[in-house]
Design a protein around this ligand. Structure first.
Ligand SMILES: Cc1ncc(C[n+]2csc(CCOP(=O)(O)OP(=O)(O)O)c2C)c(N)n1
Ligand SMILES: [Mg+2]
Length: 248
């Protein structure tokens, strides 16, 4: 008999993501971690604008839908007033990096005791697949119809590496939902990030590589393969901080 796979109790109805989207997997991982850490009744989600907004659609948890890109600032305020609550921003690459780079960077710079989950699908998914700061060189999007030209736009940003190398965060990692093994590792990263916040160690961030088959013009399996074959070499998976999130 296969082991029973219980949907976390925090998820009370199906969510409205496109077929093959990675958001649903990531939300489930976050909820599993929250339940396992006994934090599901203690969490507040400042949510970004984008497909990440759909986190609010099926979840039994306190959440606040922030202005586009501003979740880092909103989370700072919530956490400083309610230090005992677990505060997790849930944002896309366009939200956290393109429009929200000031708020995301400043919260990391200040080492705010919050957890930032960024879903990197290399485009603005919700609005029809425009270029974001993480769009790959040569990638065709609705605003780079001939492929991204980095001599004009700058190069795809590796934000977790920036935070880990220039600031003093508690925990920074990058995961992916492109294989069962990667999903399992990503859950471990999310759990460590949340544990770092519980331990009051400071800023934690997990970026997750996630497929967007509809805007990439691919079938779901091809989109997973694109992550494994083309994206991970530029966006390496793993932990970028030496410690953090260990139960002491
Ligand atoms: C101030 C403002 N500018 C632009 C938009 C349009 N908009 C909505 S979602 C989005 C991008 C979302 O991209 P991302 O954060 O990567 O999330 P995804 O949908 O890819 O998960 C944009 C530009 C907006 N809602 N508000
Ligand atoms: Mg995106």
């Amino acid at each position: 008999m296969p082991a029973e796979r219980k949907v976390p109790e925090m998820i009370d109805r199906p969510m409205s993501f496109c077929p093959g989207c990675g958001h649903g997997i990531i939300i489930r991982l976050i909820c599993e971690c929250l339940e396992e850490l006994g934090q599901d009744q203690n969490v507040i989600f400042p949510i970004g604008v984008g497909c990440s907004s759909n986190l609010g659609g099926g979840l039994v948890a306190d959440r606040l839908h922030c202005l586009h890109g501003r979740a880092g600032a909103v989370a700072t305020g919530i956490k400083r007033v309610n230090p005992d609550n677990l505060v997790i921003t849930y944002q896309g690459d366009g939200d956290a990096y393109s429009i929200g780079i000031a708020e995301t960077t400043n919260a990391a710079y200040r080492n705010e005791n919050i957890t930032v989950i960024t879903v990197n699908n290399t485009n603005f998914g919700m609005t029809g697949g425009q270029m974001s700061l993480t769009t790959m060189e040569g990638q065709k999007t609705s605003t780079t119809v001939h492929g991204r030209d980095c001599s004009v736009t700058g190069f795809p940003i590796r934000f977790p590496e920036l935070v880990a190398s220039q600031f003093h965060p508690a925990y920074v990692a990058r995961g992916s939902v492109s294989s069962p093994a990667n999903i399992k590792k990503t859950k471990g990263y999310i759990k460590k990030a949340l544990q770092a916040q519980i331990n009051r160690e400071g800023y934690s961030m997990v970026e997750v590589m996630s497929p967007c088959p509809v805007n990439w013009g691919m079938k779901p399996i091809q989109a997973m393969e694109r992550i494994n074959n083309d994206l991970i070499s530029y966006y390496p998976l793993g932990e970028f901080t030496e410690k953090g999130g260990e139960t002491r």
